[in-house]
Design a protein. Structure first.
Length: 634
């Protein structure tokens, strides 16, 4: 988020230097860089309230005399008559529409609006969209403008299963798939809610009558959509982190005021739809608890002074949390606020003795298990310890970074099952995964336990020895008996009945405490070694893959290595994997039969047959040039 120094300092009576403001922003926890008098600030996921001029000024008001009173339109408004239905009030509980018509479009903008585009090097679009963009920068609340002349019909907001093409106002074509929160006009999607509006109802340089939508969307419904559809959206960045659920009318009245400073308003009307009242959150005043958390000795007077300076109200023994501070729910959150104001560097240091980590036999056993599994074709994964699903033993996090994941997981298996289904949907037919991690439970005497969890399905391996073998309980039991003959490990089959999959292969899982493994595993001699070079991460393609097989007859046995080197190391952007799936030595004919499988996949688009054939034919041509190598049937 980029904020201009000049736009902040004009509201601060002391006129602090850019370095002085920078110092206070760092103290408040707003990490940033400065380029050409512009603060480039990286906000934490739960501080959406600071993604604006007004939001930062509210925080800086702790240290400076700040004035953030902007003029708003105060006259009474007619009720807007609009054919609108909200079918997903749980996702969008508050929404307000404004219809506004002007006499003539302005020829130039006033200094405040003009400075926004000039100082931040922002491109202008059209009058109403420009005001909307500035308003988001000023207040932190995105709004969306529709050309009113293109809005005839029934407007519906709903969460729905989509499989439709959608042209954004940025001229980008995307295919909406799966569940999406959208606005539809006469059953046609015109807005991907909280992300971007559609081309067909967008404003232009000729638009004089506009319908402005100002809404609160639950962050969970917005998170991930901009990534899924590769849309860089300032609106989604703010909605994902949470906007003020009670500001719609005030923001639209500010919108009217800015318009009135540029053009003669001909007609105005507004309507609000509030499915639920925004609850007022209160926290009891307990300065003793705050002192315990941050290690201070504050008086109640000082504590309440700090909290009041941040915009919290004090009322009858309670601290009233402002509606824009959705991140404040407990005394731990208030303690963090006080620590920011005092400054962590100004809190007296306390000595804490932390025992040194001892590399005991348990660590050695974990590493041996890792190498053993890696040697047998398993992949280690690391999943988040936070989950959204609650169980009886779950421990809830007070202030989660992601409200969709507010519990500590009580098992690893569920995470691995998600990993397995993710890979199956991407046409992986040999999946062998494991994770070594802690789980947490309110019923555990020790609060947490160290676990090994395994999940697998499909082929035993992508090689000629294992290609035709299926992963079974018997296979896994025999595998572990190689290193742990005295252990009786219990493997389970996970039913696919309730899973979103059409694949029939058995899913085998296993989860146990690390401390059940004896030291006999330490005798295992590992084969795997760390990579010599850093492996660059490559984004996972969402496109379907295709495979082609080639079977060879090799009569000159000395040419087998040359053939393998050629085919297994062939470089192409669309050839994702090559392996030997069949190998047979005909002793009678002194001939080797060897089969190679080639997996093709595009990164951005589905591959055509012609694209695949180019590489396939080149593979055939190059391999046939090796003397003594033939392809039967060609």
């Amino acid at each position: 988020m980029k904020i201009a120094y000049s736009h902040l300092v004009q509201h601060i009576s002391e006129t602090p230097s850019i370095d002085q403001i920078s110092e206070k922003l760092f103290q408040l926890g707003h990490e940033h860089e400065i380029h050409d008098n512009i603060f480039d600030i990286e906000f934490t996921p739960n501080r959406g309230d600071c993604l604006s001029i007004n939001g930062l000024l509210r925080d800086l008001g702790v240290f400076f005399n700040v004035d953030i009173k902007q003029d708003i339109y105060t006259k009474e408004l007619n009720e807007l008559l609009i054919d609108f239905e909200n079918l997903s009030e749980d996702i969008c509980p508050q929404i307000t529409f404004l219809k506004l018509e002007i006499e003539e479009l302005p020829k130039k903008y006033n200094q405040t609006l003009d400075d926004f585009f000039l100082d931040l090097n922002v491109n202008k679009n059209n009058f109403f969209t420009d005001v909307s963009n500035y308003l988001s920068y000023e207040t932190g609340q995105p709004t969306h403008c529709y050309d009113a002349s293109k809005m005839d019909g029934k407007l519906v907001f709903h969460l729905t299963d989509c499989n439709t093409d959608f042209e954004t106002l940025l001229d980008k074509q995307v295919n909406l798939s799966g569940k999406n929160a959208v606005f539809s006009l006469n059953n046609d999607v015109i807005n991907l809610a909280g992300i971007v509006g559609g081309k067909h109802t967008s404003c232009s340089n000729k638009t004089k009558t506009v319908i402005v939508e100002c809404a609160y969307f639950q962050p969970e419904s917005i998170i991930g959509k901009s990534v899924q559809y590769d849309i860089q959206s300032e609106a989604s960045y703010k909605f994902e982190r949470g906007v003020d659920p009670s500001c719609q009318q005030k923001v639209l009245r500010r919108f009217i005021q800015i318009i009135s400073e540029h053009a003669q308003i001909k007609d105005l009307s507004m309507v609000s739809y509030n499915a639920i009242d925004v609850p007022q959150h209160k926290i009891s005043i307990n300065v003793k608890k705050i002192n315990q958390i941050i290690g201070t000795n504050l008086s109640q007077e000082d504590y309440l002074s700090y909290i009041s300076s941040l915009g919290f109200l004090i009322e009858q023994g309670f601290i009233i949390v402002p509606s824009h501070r959705s991140d404040i729910r407990t005394e731990n959150d208030l303690a963090e606020e006080v620590a920011r104001v005092i400054g962590y560097d100004n809190i007296e240091l306390s000595k804490i003795d932390i025992p040194k980590n001892i590399n005991n036999s348990c660590n050695k056993i974990e590493n041996k298990l890792r190498f053993f599994l890696l040697d047998h074709g398993f992949y280690e994964v690391i999943n988040s310890p936070f989950v959204g699903q609650r169980s009886k033993e779950s421990i809830k996090v007070d202030n989660p970074l992601d409200s969709n994941r507010e519990y500590l997981r009580t098992n690893i298996k569920d995470s691995l099952l998600d990993n397995l289904l993710f890979n199956e949907k991407r046409q992986k037919d040999s999946i062998k995964l494991f994770e070594i991690s802690d789980i947490y439970s309110s019923n555990n005497d020790s609060f947490k336990k160290r676990k090994l969890s395994i999940i697998s399905s499909g082929r035993v391996g992508l090689n000629y020895e294992d290609f035709s073998k299926k992963i079974t309980k018997k296979y896994l039991i025999e595998l572990f008996q190689k290193i742990l003959p005295m252990h009786n490990l219990e493997f389970n089959i996970i039913s696919r009945e309730l899973l979103d999959t059409k694949i029939k292969s058995e899913i085998i899982s296993f989860e146990t405490d690390i401390d059940i493994f004896s030291n006999e595993i330490l005798c295992y001699e590992e084969i795997s070694r760390p990579p010599k070079l850093f492996n660059q991460y490559n984004p996972i393609s969402e496109q379907p893959s295709s495979f082609k097989d080639i079977s060879y007859s090799v009569k000159d046995h000395s040419k087998v290595d040359e053939l393998q080197d050629l085919l297994l190391n062939y470089k192409s952007d669309i050839l994702k994997h090559a392996y030997i799936f069949d190998y047979f030595f005909n002793d009678k004919k002194q001939e080797i039969k060897i089969g190679f499988r080639f997996v093709f996949q595009g990164q951005e688009t589905t591959l055509t047959s012609a694209e695949i054939e180019v590489i396939y034919n080149d593979l055939i041509s190059n391999s046939r040039s090796i003397e003594g190598v033939e392809i039967p049937g060609i």
